[in-house]
Design a protein around this ligand. Structure first.
Ligand code: FE2
Ligand code: FE2
Length: 249
C-alpha cells in the first residue's frame, strides 16, 4: 500500500524541469542577487545528493522495502535531482555560480551514512522539513512572483516527500515485533529530534542574514519546523505537537 501509493504519486508527478520566469532578476534588488544565489547554492548541493541511496535501494535488505517502495524511493531521489536542476536555473538567472562543496553538505552526507538505510531516510526527512521552511520563507518574503513560483512549487513537493517519509517510518514501526514497537518508535523519534535540532541550528547559522531579511527569527524557524513534523501522523506521537504549540505562544 505504501509503495504503490507513493509510486503512483511519483510517477504522476514526473515533469520537465521548469525555468524561472524571465522577470526573476529584475524583480529582486540587485544587492540581493549574490547572497541569494549563495544561499540557494547550498540547498542546490543538497538536492543533488542521494546517488548512493538511489543505486543501493534495489538490493538493500530491509523488511519495510517491497518492490514498489524501492522504486518509489528511486523516483523520490530523482525528483530531488530535478529540484537541483531547477535551483541551478534560478542561481544562474541571478548571475551566481553553482557550488561544488560546502561543509554543511559534507556533514549532512556523513551523518546520513552513519547507520544504514533508516538513518539515511531520517536525515533526508529532516532535510525535507528544513527545505519546506526555507523555500516557503523565501517564496513569501522576497516579494518576487517569479521566485515565489519557482520555490513554492519545490516546497509543495518537499511536503509530499515528508508525507512519504512519515508513512515509511510508520510502516517500519508496524513491522517491528509488538513488544519492541514502542521502544523502537521512541528511538526513531529521539534520533529525529536530535537531527532536527542540529539541522535548525545549521540553517540559522548558515542562512541567518537572508532569513532575517524575510522577517524570520530563530524562534519562528524552530516553530515552523516543529509544526511540519507535528502535522504528520508518525511524528504526532512524540512531544513535537506540544513543543510546537509551546513555541508559538
Ligand atoms: Fe528537494
Ligand atoms: Fe525532498
Amino acid at each position: 500500500m505504501l509503495g504503490t501509493t507513493y509510486l503512483a504519486y511519483f510517477e504522476g508527478n514526473a515533469r520537465e524541469d521548469r525555468a524561472p520566469a524571465p522577470s526573476l532578476a529584475t524583480e529582486l534588488p540587485r544587492a540581493l542577487h549574490a547572497p541569494l544565489a549563495t544561499s540557494l547554492g547550498r540547498f542546490q548541493l543538497g538536492e543533488s545528493a542521494g546517488g548512493k541511496i538511489h543505486d543501493e535501494i534495489t538490493t538493500l535488505k530491509d523488511v519495510a522495502l517491497d518492490a514498489p517502495t524501492r522504486r518509489a524511493v528511486q523516483l523520490y531521489i530523482e525528483e530531488e535531482w530535478r529540484h537541483a536542476r531547477e535551483l541551478s536555473r534560478v542561481i544562474h538567472a541571478l548571475g551566481g555560480e553553482l557550488q561544488r562543496t560546502h561543509w554543511t553538505n559534507g556533514a549532512f552526507t556523513a551523518c546520513r551514512r552513519l547507520l544504514g538505510l533508516r538513518t539515511k531516510m531520517m536525515t533526508l526527512a529532516i532535510a525535507e522539513v528544513i527545505g519546506i521552511v526555507y523555500y516557503r520563507a523565501l517564496a513569501a518574503g522576497l516579494g518576487s512572483p517569479a521566485l515565489h513560483g519557482a520555490l513554492s512549487c519545490i516546497a509543495n513537493e518537499e511536503s509530499r516527500h515528508l508525507d512519504f517519509q512519515a508513512a515509511f517510518f510508520e510502516r517500519a514501526v508496524e513491522l517491528t515485533a509488538p513488544r519492541l514497537r514502542e521502544p523502537y518508535r521512541f528511538l526513531l523519534q529521539g534520533l529525529m529530534w536530535a537531527v532536527l535540532v542540529a539541522a535548525c541550528a545549521v540553517l540559522w547559522l548558515d542562512h541567518r542574514a537572508l532569513l532575517r531579511h524575510v522577517g524570520l527569527r530563530p524562534h519562528a524557524v524552530f516553530a515552523a519546523c516543529f509544526g511540519e513534523l507535528a502535522s504528520r501522523r508518525f511524528l504526532r506521537l512524540c512531544p513535537g505537537a506540544t513543543l510546537g504549540a509551546w513555541l508559538k505562544t
